[in-house]
Design a protein around this ligand. Structure first.
Ligand SMILES: [Zn+2]
Ligand SMILES: [Zn+2]
Length: 197
């Protein structure tokens, strides 16, 4: 954590560098309490707790250590392992020769993915196709906005059947102009990414 803070303090944008300075100067017990608070009440507006806890939660998942005291919403629209919200969705063909591909969601907290139905809002569970919109831009042919007109939320989807070597978490950030488009059209993202978009 100190390495990340020092790096951001030195090279990050001024507002984030200032935040890093404050955390570096704080008592370790205070920082620990803040991380525990975030663990129970996550927010996509807090860069450092999210950035610090992602590798921790990933390590929990990889070592199959069930996270303690993290009873979040539950249900198919949150991560079955840690209860986190979805950061991005992706489509991939699990069976060779399949035309359309399966849909998975990637957890914003532990970065694991779980299988999810294709035509369902990842935020509210809306299933009526007329309420669900998919928007592309020629610039990012393999990325789409998956929007819901019932809850007015969206998530980005990376189509690995179109670009097999895309990395959902990275390409999701790369396609930031689509977030601006979605916001201008009145949609709120289910979970902002680390860049804050
Ligand atoms: Zn998770
Ligand atoms: Zn919805």
């Amino acid at each position: 954590m100190t390495g990340l803070l020092e790096c951001v303090e030195r090279y990050g944008p001024e507002s984030l560098a200032e935040e890093a300075r404050v955390v570096l100067a704080a008592e370790p017990t205070v920082v620990a309490l803040e991380l525990i608070e975030y663990w129970h009440n996550p927010s996509d507006m807090q860069f450092f707790p999210k950035a610090v806890l992602q590798p921790y939660a990933l390590w929990l998942a990889e070592s199959r250590t069930t996270p303690a005291r993290r009873e979040l919403a539950g249900g198919e629209r949150t991560c079955p392992f840690c209860g986190g919200k979805p950061q991005v969705s992706f489509l991939q063909s699990k069976e060779s020769g399949a035309e359309s591909g399966n849909r998975d969601l990637v957890c914003a907290t532990c970065l694991c993915s779980w299988e999810f139905r294709r035509v369902v809002c990842a935020n509210c569970g809306e299933e009526r196709p007329a309420k669900l919109g998919y928007f592309h831009s020629p610039e990012f042919a393999y990325v789409r906005i998956e929007a819901c007109d019932t809850c007015k939320h969206y998530i980005k989807g990376i189509d690995l059947t179109r670009l097999g070597h895309a990395v959902p978490l990275v390409d999701e950030i790369y396609a930031a102009p689509l977030d601006l488009w979605a916001r201008e059209h009145g949609y709120t993202k289910i979970e902002l990414n680390l860049v804050g978009l």
